[in-house]
Structure formats: C-alpha cells, structure tokens
Design a protein around this ligand. Structure first.
Ligand SMILES: Nc1nc2c(c(=O)[nH]1)N[C@H]1C(S)=C(S)[C@@H](COP(=O)(O)O)O[C@H]1N2
Ligand SMILES: [Mo]
Length: 386
C-alpha cells in the first residue's frame, strides 16, 4: 500500500515511474513537507518549524501527532461513549445522540508537555520522544461541551474529578492499558469561558482523522495535550483523580523515577507560557543585515491570558527588541509574531523570551527533570552570520 507513512518509512525521496508521467516526485510541494516522524508505531511526528507557523490555524497535515499506541479501529456506527461513576444516570451515547447537544466550536492550541524536550538532553539524556519545538498546533475544534453531557447524566454531590479514558491499548509491563487521565470537576463543568472542555468530533471543520482521535476526543483548552484524550471511550465522574498511569505517575515533574518521587509530585494540568523561534532555521547561515525572524509564543493556559510581549536579543540578553504580535489573539491559543532584526557579523544566537498578561515570563533556565516536561526557558537559536 502506498501512502505517506509507508513512503516515509521507505525513505524520504521516492520517485515513481509511470509510462505516462516520466518521473513523479512524491514530495513535489516543498512548502508542505510531511511530518518528521520520531516513530511510526505508535505514530509520533512533528512538522518542520517553518511549516508550523505558516498560518494561525494549523492545517491537519502540519499538526503534530503524539500517540502512545497504535490507532484503535473504531466502528462509528456501533461506537458508544459511556458516562458513569458519580452520576444520577449512567449514559451510553452514540455519535447520533451527540448531535442532540448544542454544537460548539472553539479555537485552542494543543501542546505536548514534552514540547522542546530535546533541549534538556544537552544537560542529561532523557528517554521519551525527542521533541523539537513543533509538538504544538492550533485548531478549530467542533463538538459539544463536556459540561452538557455531564449535566444530562447528573453529577452527584461530592464529585471532584472527571476521568477520561481512551479506547487505545498501550503496552505496559506484561499487558496493555488504555491511555487516560482526569481533570478537576470545575474545569469539566466550565461552560462559560473559551477554556471550556469540549468533546470534539471535528478538527478544522473535518471529521477527526484516526491519528487525532476519530471519532471523538476530549479537548481541554489550557491543559497539557495529554489531558485531551483521543478515541474517548469512557468518562467516569469520581471523588478522586484518575488512577490511570498517565495521571497517577507519568506527566509529573520528578528528578528520579522512584515511587516516592512519583507520589510526592502533583499531576500536571495547566501548561506554562512558552515560545520558540521558527524562522530562520537552526544554525542557518545568514548574511549580515536585516533579517526577518518569526515564531510563536503561547500564553499560560488560564482564562483571559494573552501574550503581552515577545522580546528578542542578539547580544546574549544584554538588550532586547520587541517583536510584532500578529492580530489574531485569543486566550488558550498561541500568538504568532515576527520581527525585523539587524544581525551583525559575529552574532552567535538569537534569544527569545515572552511575557503574558498574567505576569508570567519564560524563565532564563529550566531545571532538568526526568521526563523532560515543561521546557519553557529562553529559546536560543544558534545562527551563523556571514
Ligand atoms: N487515547 C489517547 N489519547 C491521547 C494520547 C494517546 O496516546 N492516547 N496522547 C496524548 C498526548 S500526550 C498528546 S500531546 C495529545 C496529542 O494530540 P494529537 O496527536 O492530536 O496532536 O493527545 C493526547 N491524547
Ligand atoms: Mo503529550
């Protein structure tokens, strides 16, 4: 079978011969290169930085994929979402039933807690997908409010957390477990802010693709990507956080992988401010003079929080220049920016730091952590100025 993924596995520059088309280059569009895959089974890929920031809304082909297991095969007709636990009335909801709830569309950025992980490896090696800075994307999500579904089921007093469980089977120890996690009940019941939790059937006005969670996924604006469970099969309302590995142990900031460290550390939910320089590329050879620099910044994932300023330095942080912020600005969404810098011969790097309206800054340095999460330190782009 010839598709993008098998082609990628076979190598990057395949040409196909055909009697009528002399030679057809498969990757004819240099403006739209496919994702760079860190692994194929499961699928983990990120776009090039240059293609990442071509538009405010990230096209599906440019949207990173982070999966812990193979895509489950789901029959949309027999598919049911189960809602159980501390509810008055457990529910079993088909895709047709979902259409009876009011339809909501919202724009939200999804980012992996491991975005920029590879920068930690300069200090000490880290296991896990070696993400660059493109494990992030901004999409239009369409679906229904999680709160509407929970209110129909009737949340019992004393409920504190809402567990979300996928239909995938992740290999762990001798067997398999579903990918899952939970969010606080307050986030799950939010229906007023643009940060309201969504059960999404569509991404950029198309049905979800299998890689992004067909037929239904959670989208939890402002939270690490791991809380936006794909291939959602079950929702459990509970008085305690999920016992799923991906809430109880993984996705925590620890220095060592021992049980005490895991238990002492809190689960990660909201993501911090972050940002990256996407153009020019790493180690680019650039002529001295004016150069356009572009990238993204992400405000902390809290309501009403936006990027306030993006600052760039070409002299190791002694002086800073403001970047222009593009017009489209929404909380829970990234901010694209650009700047015209005057690069002098001998400039070694361009440094970025950003500030948001909650007062958060990207810190100068982030301490190494065992899983390599939340790398949001000043972004340093090495350049060669000729
Ligand atoms: N069921 C399931 N949901 C999942 C995952 C997964 O492996 N299985 N990965 C999570 C992680 S870690 C991230 S960052 C996002 C990535 O979403 P995307 O692949 O659509 O970009 O999905 C989350 N939801
Ligand atoms: Mo992630």
């Amino acid at each position: 079978m010839l598709n993008r993924r098998t082609l990628l596995m076979a190598g990057s520059s395949l040409t196909i011969s055909h009697p009528f088309v002399k030679t057809l280059s498969v990757f004819a569009d240099p403006l739209n290169p496919p994702l760079k895959y860190h692994s194929h089974d499961p699928a983990n890929g990120e776009p090039s930085l240059a293609s990442l920031i071509r538009s405010y809304i990230t096209p599906i082909e440019n949207f990173f994929i982070r999966s812990h297991a193979r895509n489950p095969k789901i029959n949309a007709t027999s598919y049911r979402l189960r809602v159980e636990g501390m509810v008055e009335q457990p529910l079993s909801i088909s895709l047709a039933d979902l259409k009876k709830f009011s339809e909501i569309a919202l724009v939200a950025t999804l980012t992996c807690a491991g975005n920029r992980r590879s920068e930690f490896s300069k200090d000490k090696k880290i296991n896990g997908v070696p993400w660059g800075s493109a494990a992030i994307g901004n999409a239009v999500w369409r679906g229904v409010h999680l709160s509407d579904v929970l209110n129909l089921a009737g949340v019992k007093p004393g409920a504190r957390h809402v567990w979300l469980e996928g239909l995938d089977a992740v290999k762990r120890d001798a067997g398999t477990i579903p990918f899952g996690g939970s969010i606080p009940i307050e986030k799950a019941l939010d229906s007023r802010t643009t940060g309201a939790a969504l059960l999404a059937t569509q991404m950029n006005n198309k049905p979800l693709t299998p890689d992004h969670g067909f037929p239904l996924r959670a989208v939890i604006p402002g939270y690490i990507g791991a809380r936006s469970v794909k291939w959602l099969g079950k929702i459990v309302v509970s008085d305690r956080p999920s016992t799923n590995h991906y809430l109880a142990s993984a996705y925590k900031l620890v220095q060592a992988p021992d049980p005490l460290s895991w238990n002492e550390a809190g689960a990660l939910y909201r993501y911090p401010i972050n940002g990256a320089i996407c153009v020019p590329e790493n180690n680019a050879i650039i002529s001295a003079g004016k150069t356009r620099v572009r990238g993204y910044a992400l405000p902390s994932g809290r309501a009403d929080c936006k990027i306030k300023s993006v600052l760039l330095s070409t002299d190791s942080g002694r002086t800073w220049q403001q970047a222009n912020l593009e017009k489209q600005q929404n909380s829970f969404c990234w901010q694209l920016w650009d700047a015209q810098l005057n690069l002098l011969p001998g400039t070694k790097s361009i440094i970025l730091r950003a500030e948001d309206t909650s007062g958060a800054w990207m810190p100068q340095r982030v301490a190494w952590n065992y899983k390599g999460y939340f790398q949001n330190g000043w972004y340093r782009l090495p350049v060669n100025i000729r």
